[in-house]
Structures are given as structure tokens and as C-alpha cells.
Design a protein around this ligand. Structure first.
Ligand SMILES: NC(=O)c1ccc[n+]([C@@H]2O[C@H](COP(=O)([O-])OP(=O)(O)OC[C@H]3O[C@@H](n4cnc5c(N)ncnc54)[C@H](O)[C@@H]3O)[C@@H](O)[C@H]2O)c1
Length: 264
């Protein structure tokens, strides 16, 4: 039994293992690419198994990658996925919670209980579940990093997004509470609040939500101080800073990557 476990553990790696959720697309995928470029080993988690395998094939060109299929809103799947990562590599240095769903569900009357539960379940409960399963392993390694992807809508209101805004404000609160609890263990917990970023989610939010969602995206675009949507790589760069050696004195930070949107 002991031999079996030892055989499944690959040798420890220079810069540690980072688990990135939502890594089959958009911000999570760009973050996984950036982590590999920075010398980390990366475990990529997503519920879209086909897209995850395609992403992993591309990412393997840059370094060691383990794809793990799981739905972040399902506790047993998250627990099994995190165990698989630790069984494979023998350690876990950091977690980036990028898995999420949009977006435009209409006002609080139009947003039905199933919309509410789905959005809160993935964006907020999913982030909690991944942290719940991962922090014991960061602690066992003597410390580590957590980066949660919130949103500008975690800081300010937006039309037609009560569930999304509540979920993302919850991620900000979760981040700060975890920063307080885990700093003594050497675990630094921060969050990044992207503004509009050119990903499949942003494109879907306008097409699925109809004219009111288009009007909201135009309102948001007008307020940005830097023209155009950001790139997924802009967010990945901020995450890399929080994971890297220059992030060693940062915890509880809420970092906006929004082209100045929340400043104006
Ligand atoms: N794109 C933006 O403009 C923007 C702005 C602010 C915040 N964000 C946040 O950034 C994060 C990434 O968004 P994106 O724009 O890259 O979106 P995306 O749709 O391109 O990627 C999200 C990924 O998460 C995965 N996912 C969704 N539900 C999941 C679940 N239950 N379990 C596991 N994986 C799941 C999807 O399969 C997908 O691969 C999200 O949390 C989103 O709310 C995005």
C-alpha cells in the first residue's frame, strides 16, 4: 500500500504545483499558460471535459500539466480532484479559482431561484469548496497562495446581475476572511477583480442576454478609461504577480484589472 502511494507521487518540482480551475477557457486558460511559462507545474480543472483535454494538449507544449475534470459546485468531485493532484505531485503550492459562470439574469424579480442557485453555487460555493479541500495541503507544505477571481461586479452594481454581483461580492468577503485566518500559516489569499475581458463568457453574456445585456455592456464599455476589453493575459499577469516572489507581502488584496472602470 505504502509502495503504491509512493509510486504515484512524481518528484517535487522547482516552483511548486498550481491548481487552476476554469482552465479550459478564457482567464483560467491564460493563467495556466502563464504559470507554465513562469516555471510552475500546473493542474487544470474544468467541468467541460472535452475542452479541458484540448486545453491540456496545448498546454503540454509548455510544461507538466495534469487535467482533472470536476464540477466546482459538487463537493465530492472537488475533494477527489484535489486528492488526485496531491497524489500525483505530492504537494500543492497554490490555487487559482477562475471557474465561473455569467452573468445577465435580469433584475431580482426576473432572476429565478434556479438562476440564483446556479450562479451562487458555481461562483461562490465553488470557490469555497476548492479552498476547503486545498488549504489543508497548502498548510501541510508550510504555506502557499490562493488567488480568487472575483469581478468588477463584486465591487459595484451592474444591470441585470443580482446573483452574479452577490456571488462576486461574496468572493471578496471570502478572500478577506481567509487572509485573516491563514496568514499565520504562511498562506496568502488575494483576489483579482477583472473588468470586461475578451473571453467566451463576455461574448456569451451579450448574445444570451439580448438587448438589455447589450445595453449594459455598452454602458460598461463607455466607463472604461482604457479603451476596449482587456485580454485574458492581462488578468493572468496580475495572478502571476500574486503567485510569484514579488507577492510575498500581499494578502487580503482586492486587485482591480479593469482599465480604470471602477475608478471613474
Ligand atoms: N470575461 C470577463 O469579462 C470577466 C469579468 C469579470 C470576472 N470574470 C470572471 O473570470 C472567471 C473566468 O471567466 P472567463 O471570462 O474566462 O469565462 P470562460 O467562460 O471563458 O471560462 C470559464 C471556465 O469555467 C468553467 N466552468 C464553469 N462552471 C464550472 C464548474 N461548475 N466547474 C468547473 N468549471 C466550470 C467553464 O467550463 C470554462 O472553461 C470567472 O469567474 C468570471 O466570473 C470574467
Amino acid at each position: 500500500m505504502g509502495q503504491e502511494v509512493a509510486a504515484s507521487v512524481e518528484p517535487a518540482v522547482a516552483r511548486g504545483v498550481v491548481l487552476v480551475t476554469g482552465a479550459a477557457s478564457g482567464i483560467g486558460l491564460a493563467t495556466a499558460r502563464r504559470c507554465l511559462a513562469d516555471g510552475f507545474v500546473v493542474a487544470v480543472l474544468d467541468c467541460d471535459h472535452e475542452a479541458l483535454e484540448a486545453a491540456a494538449s496545448e498546454l503540454r507544449r509548455w510544461g507538466r500539466v495534469l487535467p482533472v475534470g470536476a464540477d466546482v459546485s459538487v463537493e465530492v468531485e472537488v475533494a477527489a480532484a484535489v486528492e488526485r493532484v496531491v497524489d500525483t505531485f505530492g504537494e500543492l503550492y497554490a490555487v487559482v479559482n477562475a471557474a465561473g459562470v455569467g452573468g445577465y439574469t435580469g433584475d431580482v424579480v426576473l432572476t429565478g431561484p434556479s438562476d440564483w442557485e446556479r450562479v451562487i453555487g458555481v461562483n461562490l460555493t465553488g470557490t469555497y469548496l476548492v479552498c476547503h479541500a486545498s488549504v489543508p495541503h497548502l498548510r501541510a507544505g508550510g504555506g502557499g497562495r490562493v488567488v480568487n477571481i472575483s469581478s468588477q461586479y463584486g465591487l459595484v452594481g451592474g444591470a441585470g446581475s443580482p446573483a452574479y454581483a452577490a456571488s462576486k461580492a461574496g468572493v471578496v468577503g471570502l478572500t478577506r476572511a481567509m487572509a485573516v485566518d491563514h496568514a499565520p500559516e504562511g498562506i496568502l489569499v488575494n483576489c483579482v477583480c477583472p473588468g470586461p475581458i475578451d473571453t467566451p463568457m463576455l461574448r456569451r453574456s451579450s448574445s444570451d442576454g439580448g438587448p438589455p445585456a447589450v445595453a449594459e455592456s455598452q454602458r460598461v464599455a463607455r466607463r472604461s478609461l482604457v479603451p476596449g476589453p482587456g485580454r485574458p493575459e492581462d488578468v493572468a499577469g496580475a495572478v502571476a504577480y500574486l503567485l510569484g516572489p514579488d507577492g510575498g507581502h500581499l494578502t487580503g488584496l482586492v486587485l482591480s484589472v479593469d482599465g480604470g472602470w471602477t475608478a471613474s
